[in-house]
Design a protein around this ligand. Structure first.
Ligand code: SF4
Ligand code: SF4
Length: 195
């Protein structure tokens, strides 16, 4: 219930045009003291936050081989059906698979990062690239080679193969040609340890 004092105060505010005066004061303050923060893009680049999620990329190991094992988990995790993976056996290696074809329709991507999280071998990465305007949206349907090229330029520092990261994988390695030795004692990591 409003008191007599409240009613008097409301009446005084109306009489003195309080709201209009305060609004004009705000306008005047902006007029006199406002500092523009317009970024003159593209001549100036905006400062991106640490957690910025840009264009997706496929990654390689330090010897140039593709990390992707064609497991399809990224395709299953994607809520927008951006990713299409065609998986195949590595020729002559029936226990190994790779992505024979890998396509991303970036016109649908939400940049949620679920595919990156789902990948068991860290074969996907989110770069800090954002300048991807095109005249034809079909140019945003990227194939495996394009995605690998993005990964090559965005992540020049590459990981070692899993065999070199985890010794147990090296011991039981039955993988591609030119892989590290299968016997643990012949493995460079084991030799470094014994020195
Ligand atoms: S970032 Fe999200 S929407 Fe984009 S491809 Fe990955 S899972 Fe799909
Ligand atoms: S990118 Fe990762 S999750 Fe997707 S198919 Fe390749 S290995 Fe599997």
């Amino acid at each position: 219930m409003s008191t007599r004092w409240d009613r008097l105060r409301a009446w005084a505010r109306r009489l003195l045009l309080y709201e209009i005066v305060m609004s004009m004061a705000t306008t005047l303050r902006h007029l006199l003291f406002y500092k523009p923060f317009t970024v003159q893009y593209p001549h100036e680049k905006p400062l991106l936050p640490e957690s910025f999620r840009g264009m997706l990329a496929l990654l390689r190991y330090d010897d140039g081989t593709e990390k992707c094992v064609g497991c399809d988990l990224c395709e299953a995790a994607c809520p927008s059906r951006v990713i299409t993976v065609t998986s195949a056996e590595v020729p002559g290696e029936p226990t190994k698979r790779y992505a024979k074809a890998y396509t991303m329709d970036m016109t649908r991507c939400l940049f949620c990062g679920l595919c990156v999280t789902a990948c068991p071998v860290d074969a996907l990465g989110m770069t800090r690239e954002y300048e991807w305007s095109v005249y034809d949206k079909r140019d945003l349907v990227l194939n495996k080679q394009q995605l690998l090229a993005i990964g090559d330029r965005a992540f020049p520092a590459r990981e070692k193969r899993l065999e070199f990261q985890h010794l147990n994988v090296a011991v039981f390695n039955v993988a591609f040609q030119n892989h590290p030795p299968k016997r643990f004692e012949d493995h460079p990591v084991a030799q470094n340890r014994s020195e």
